[in-house]
Design a protein around this ligand. Structure first.
Ligand SMILES: [Zn+2]
Length: 120
């Protein structure tokens, strides 16, 4: 999987800004390239995040997955994360504190399996 550097910078920046709160959005792109980030306005972030955002997302074919931040230094997906991944798209990013660079980002497929991510 590949991600445009501007999209990655945005994800890291917005996640850092909202820290220690969780933040997230959807990923847009084509094929194996994540091109841009879609933020859903008025979404409640925090504990109910994963379950509440889904029905607010305008799902079209350009939406290929999701991203969200973990306030901790652990980017392993929770059970709720994996359940969500399976319903929405084929690539999912989790970013962890301190939100510095690609080392703080993990990519997963719809089954919660870690996949490679390259910045282009
Ligand atoms: Zn999570």
């Amino acid at each position: 999987m590949k991600i445009k550097s501007a999209a990655l910078e945005f994800i890291l920046g917005v996640s850092k800004k909202f820290h220690p709160h969780e933040f997230g959005g959807m990923l847009r792109g084509r094929g194996d390239l994540i091109e841009e980030v879609l933020i859903i306005p008025a979404t409640t972030y925090g504990d109910g995040f994963v379950s509440t955002r889904l029905d607010m997302v305008p799902i079209d074919r350009s939406v290929i997955g999701s991203f969200h931040s973990h306030p901790s230094r652990d980017f392993r997906p929770s059970d709720a994360d994996i359940a969500f991944f399976g319903r929405t798209g084929s690539v999912h990013l989790i970013v962890k504190s301190p939100f510095k660079n690609l080392d703080d980002v993990a990519a997963y497929d719809g089954g919660g399996k870690r996949i490679d991510l390259e910045v282009v």
